[in-house]
Design a protein around this ligand. Sequence first.
Ligand code: SF4
Length: 274
Amino acid sequence: MTEVVTAPAKDGERVVFDDLEIGEIAMDLDDQEPEDVIEWAFEALGDRVAVVTALQIDGMVVLDMATKIRPDVQVITVDTGRLPQETYAFIEQVREHYPQTRWDVLFPDTAEVESMVRRQGIELFRKSVPARMLCCQIRKVRPLVRALRGLDGWFTGLRRDQWASRAAIKKVELDHDHEGIVKINALADWSGDEVWEYARANNVPIHPLYSQGYTSIGCGPCTRPIQPGEDDRAGRWWWEQGAPKECGIHCPIETGNFEHEAEAIFAEAHGIHS
Ligand code: SF4
């Protein structure tokens, strides 16, 4: 690994980069192996970086690589309340496989979910793209945003070839949607085949739904197996036409067109605008 110079993290101290610094580091890391990128993040950010994963294959590979460097790495996942049963069982399997990892399973705010369901119904995501993005916002994005506030960086399983909106991601970049912390996309330049090769060669636990034809795994009602020839993310929100296959975690929420209803839900849930 070519040395990428960064001041190491000190205990308890926030580590903040500016765009110029992270741009230079991203250029240095761009041709380096995922493990080197992960190692850089641990050195630069110390304990204030976590693997954030929905336990899909890419996130699992990142988790495996991270545990080889730091066995007690923090792992964050969101229980939206609509996950398939297989995912709950898989979480337990993964925890057993990496016994030193520190887990945070996040839940959405109960009052917000209750308000959303009262106003829009429990299957609101079928009604429109904004309604679906609202559901993702309440059940998935907001719990994660709360967790990210305590971090200086997060590891993702994003790859450039997954979807058009991911084509330009860097291996490390500032996440301006989440207070400018560092987003580490160590697998950015890997193909799906490389990810699967690594997973098999390293005995990485694999979510059981992959063997049933799923290629992308999220909430139960919003994910199905793909048909031959379809894109890997075609099984997510498959009833929508022309909408991004994103939940809002990795793209700006301003594009969602659900903000007015979200404000009404926050006000109903908390008696305030948030
Ligand atoms: Fe709601 Fe579906 Fe998004 Fe899950 S994936 S949070 S059920 S819209």
